[in-house]
Design a protein around this ligand. Structure first.
Ligand SMILES: [Zn+2]
Length: 335
């Protein structure tokens, strides 16, 4: 495989704080010899572990983007032992456009891994992470949220892995993040995720969902910022005491039945609240026909007992949209 076309303006081995770019060459009508400029901050102080902190994997997920922009501006080299690599907007063209996917090639970065140096810009970004940045790190934290189409209960998550020791450390990291909810997450499409690339390289991966609706709130930013700080302490890179809420709840997503998806098009009425408990068979949503009166709505029912982890955010709903995600409350996520 040929080397990545992306080059970094920062020196990953230099001590101190550097703000620079990952430069991805693109040639287009407005700029014959141009580049996509992906902001990156590297903060290093001697030997120690490396944490790779990422946001904007999807361009409309602002909680992580904002928390990482704030961290990049504030974290000093003196506070660090080892190295922190911060990329607040992994898919920069998507973030620039305020969209989940890239306007350049319609690429969804978190469905483009492991990537391809000969692919479009989104696959080229994925490939750079897979072959250059992930191998540099010991710990990776990827900050997601619902974006414009989902609202999600703030949580940090790990995945069930064949490598039990890696699973245990990743779960420890997810709990240390310090959101009120920690989850063992079931992914609908794991093969093309950033998470899978990181885990396959034997690195600790904690992923998060921190709100949604294509915005942020004081509460979601506070959880995100505290979580990032906690994660750096968990990784042994900064000093201090991990701040966890007095009570954390644990949720398992055993299989795809956690996802209730629409088989109708229309107007969505949610009848359950984000973060609320539902019983199997309970009506969680109704969908109304937008074209006429006099038609009863279609009812959607909970597929299982559990906690409402996520809901569709816009009221307009189409076939195949995820309406709610229901997780199972458990006492522990350890095996
Ligand atoms: Zn996302």
């Amino acid at each position: 495989m040929r080397p990545s076309p992306i080059s970094a303006t920062v020196d990953f081995d230099a001590d101190g704080v550097q703000h620079g770019f990952l430069k991805l060459p693109v040639s287009h009508d407005e700029s014959a010899w141009g580049a996509v400029m992906i902001p990156i901050t590297v903060i290093r102080n001697g030997e120690g572990p490396t944490a790779l902190l990422t946001g904007g994997n999807h361009g409309d997920e602002y909680e992580g983007i904002t928390a990482l922009l704030k961290l990049a501006n504030r974290l000093t080299a003196e506070e660090v032992r080892g190295r922190v690599i911060i990329v607040p907007m992994m898919n920069q063209p998507a973030a620039q456009a305020g969209r989940r996917t890239s306007p350049m090639d319609r690429g969804n970065l978190n469905r483009s891994f492991p990537g391809d140096p000969d692919g479009g810009p989104t696959k080229q970004i994925a490939d750079y992470f897979t072959r250059y940045l992930v191998p540099m790190c010991d710990y990776a934290l990827d900050l997601h949220s619902g974006g414009r189409t989902l609202d999600i209960l703030p949580f940090a998550a790990a995945h069930r892995l064949d490598d039990l020791e890696l699973e245990r450390k990743s779960l420890e990291g997810a709990i240390a993040f310090g959101a009120s909810t920690a989850i063992m997450m079931y992914e609908l499409d794991a093969a093309a995720l950033y998470d899978t690339v990181v885990e396959n390289q034997g690195k600790v991966l904690v992923t998060t969902e921190l709100g949604g609706g294509g915005t942020s709130t004081p509460a979601s930013i506070e959880i995100s910022e505290r979580g990032v700080r906690n994660f750096l302490m968990f990784a042994g890179i900064t000093e201090g005491e991990i701040q966890r809420p007095p009570r954390q709840q644990y949720v398992e997503m055993p299989d795809a039945s956690c996802y209730v998806q629409s088989e109708h098009e229309g107007i969505l009425e949610m009848t359950c609240a984000l973060g609320g408990l539902v019983r199997q068979g309970e009506v969680v949503a109704r969908i109304y026909d937008i074209t006429r009166t006099g038609v009863d709505p279609v009812e959607y029912r909970a597929s299982r007992d559990g906690l409402v982890l996520a809901r569709r955010f816009p009221a307009r709903v189409a076939m195949g949209d995820t309406i709610v995600v229901i997780g199972e409350m458990v006492d522990t996520l350890e095996r």
